[in-house]
Write a protein that binds this ligand. Structure first.
Ligand code: NAD
Length: 297
């Protein structure tokens, strides 16, 4: 019900929280995620300009009337492009939607004396609407001046989660870097082993079908985004290496035929999850039922 009500609200537009804002400039607004934000701002009654690669000659004119500038460019260009923003109006809010937060936030604070906020939408461009989607908010400077923006995104249905930029980046080491990397490696392993993918699907349990879908969907997307997310910090690579070492230790346990060791280790992990493991069992049961009902091929 929630999703449907947001979907229909989207068609008819959203309330404008700050009608006197002036213009919004989205740098990289023709890109995948930028385009989604451009659409949401326009549906909410704002005047939005897109600043793309060839538009920098015109940048000063666009910035002159801007009440909000949003940076949505490839991760590896983000800091350089932010450093180019010399001349924003002093009350203009400068925001970014980069998947990493510490470095872009620092770059924005250096480039602009006015209000600054770091955002990370925890979803991709393929979401139909923003109902219940999480947007991470890392406060930069001049909080009061961008509360309207957070309120606007809440009207879109998004949940704002406040966190310190450094803590965000640490959590993303697990939530994104390690997750995407293990998905990548599993895909690479499948490609090398070269099984008949249709036969795997035909024989699949719902859980394996879901896993295959989660892995396969990565490879329908942009490799540079994932490369940049994984390579964003040395901590990510160190985490991946620790994971690889644990993987090998577990494989060696099997080579020793150490069934007791496997069971002990299993119980140790089970204790660590505590009540969450039964909670996850219930939540995933529904997901798996749905996945099975929605089979398309
Ligand atoms: P994208 O490549 O689709 O879009 C980037 C846009 O920036 C392109 O339109 C490109 O032409 C433009 N651009 C490149 N150089 C430029 C320049 N010098 N000046 C102005 N524009 C320039 O990438 P995307 O997936 O939309 O990602 C954009 C940002 O959103 C990244 O910071 C990424 O971390 C973040 N993000 C993406 C996702 C996702 O799933 N795609 C999710 C969360 C956050």
């Amino acid at each position: 019900v929630m999703r449907e009500s947001y979907a229909s609200e989207k068609d008819s537009g959203f309330k404008t929280v700050k009608p006197d804002l002036g213009r919004i400039v989205v740098i990289g607004g023709a890109g995948k995620l930028g385009m989604l934000f451009v659409r949401m701002f326009r549906l909410s009654g704002y005047q939005v300009d897109i600043l793309e690669q060839g538009d920098w000659d015109n940048a000063d004119a666009l910035f002159a009337n801007a009440g909000l500038v949003v940076v949505s460019v490839p991760i590896n260009l983000t800091e350089t492009i932010i450093a180019k923003l010399g001349c924003l109006p002093k009350d203009c809010v400068l925001a970014d939607i980069t998947s990493i937060k510490s470095k872009p936030l620092q770059a924005m604070l250096n480039a602009h004396q006015g209000p600054v906020v770091g955002l990370h939408p925890m979803f991709g461009p393929d979401v139909g609407n923003l109902a219940k989607q999480v947007i991470v908010c890392c406060d930069g400077r001049g909080k009061e001046q961008y509360q309207w923006l957070l309120a606007q995104m809440q009207i879109w249905g998004a949940r704002i989660y406040h966190v310190d930029a450094k803590q965000h980046d640490e959590a993303m080491t697990l939530i994104q870097a390690l997750r995407h990397f293990t998905t990548f490696v599993y895909g690479a392993h499948l490609a090398e082993e070269n099984p008949d993918i249709q036969q795997l699907l035909d024989l699949s349990s719902p859980i394996y079908r879901l896993e295959l879908a989660m892995v396969g969907r990565l490879f329908a997307q942009d490799p540079t985004l994932y490369a940049d997310i994984i390579l964003a910090s040395d901590n990510n690579v160190a985490m991946i290496r620790r994971y690889a070492e644990r993987f090998m230790q577990a494989a060696e346990m099997l080579e020793r035929n150490d069934k007791d060791g496997f069971i002990r280790s299993f119980e140790m992990v089970s204790d660590w999850f505590g009540d969450y493991s039964t909670q996850f069992l219930q939540e995933s049961r529904n997901l798996l039922l749905q996945a099975n009902d929605n089979r398309q091929f």
